[in-house]
Design a protein around this ligand. Structure first.
Ligand code: GLP
Length: 242
């Protein structure tokens, strides 16, 4: 594992964006596994700036997102479909038909999960998977105590994740309680993983995930077993590592 520490959120975002940019330059049709949340927002903004300067070309890139809430339509402002289009896809030259997310409105959830796994394999697997991390160590929506062997599946959000994510909804009762998420097994099959985290509230879970026991109680801890992980954090999130 490599650890890259940025001074602050913007520096962390630029460093992570540089890694993604390098991937797209080296492999113009790379399959990028993308994530939502506050943590990757800055790096998406940076990539958009470089696209506008004509430094990066996304025309052949394919993308698969980690997760999507169950029951939110694509137009719902808190759906991850909406987030990705508003924050990234609509501002670069990626072909929208090459941007994939699980469909949280699917009537047959099992079939949708299998469709998503088949889609990822048909693209040749993920070249670079971007991850954020929840304060309880969740990655995607793989919550503590889920097993490490799952592919895309229906995930039940824990109360702490519902509470954390409620900051983005009008009311906590509006936060979906389930989501479709790529499983740990699917994430571990990515050829490279870049996890971004910032802020003091992530310091403890970053230490536990990368220097504690590998256990399903801390889903991100499994990343210690991956041979190509880059952790990009700011000084606050790295605060407990020294
Ligand atoms: C959500 C997402 C995760 C994300 C996490 C942390 O639960 N499903 O993929 O990593 O939130 O989000 P943030 O980066 O906003 O702290």
């Amino acid at each position: 594992m490599r650890i890259i520490i940025g001074k602050d959120y913007d520096d962390m975002s630029r460093k992570a964006a540089n890694i993604i940019s390098a991937m797209v330059i080296l492999k113009p049709d790379a399959v990028l596994g993308l994530a939502t949340g506050t943590s990757p927002l800055g790096l998406y903004k940076q990539l958009i700036k470089w696209y506008e300067k004509k430094d990066i070309d996304f025309s052949a890139v394919r993308s698969v997102n980690l997760d999507e809430y169950v029951g939110l339509s694509k137009t719902h402002v808190q759906s991850y479909f909406h987030f990705m289009h508003e924050m990234f896809f609509n501002h670069i030259n990626i072909a929208l038909e090459n941007c994939h997310l699980p469909n949280g409105m699917a009537s047959d959830i099992d079939a949708e999960c299998r469709r998503y796994d088949t889609l990822i394999s048909s693209l040749g697997g993920i070249d670079l998977q971007l991850l954020g991390i929840g304060q309880n160590g969740h990655i995607g929506f793989n919550e503590p105590e889920e097993n490490f062997e799952q592919m895309t599946h229906l995930a039940h959000l824990t109360q702490s994740t519902i509470t954390a994510n409620s900051r983005l909804f009008d009311d906590i009762s509006d936060v979906p309680t389930t989501a479709l998420s790529m499983g740990i097994k699917a994430i571990m099959q990515a050829k490279m993983i870049v996890l971004v985290a910032s802020g003091k509230n992530k310091a403890q879970i970053i230490k536990q995930s990368f220097f504690g026991a590998v256990t399903p109680k801390v889903p991100a801890s499994i990343l210690q077993m991956h041979n190509n992980v880059i952790l990009v954090v700011d000084e606050d999130a790295a605060g407990d590592l020294r």
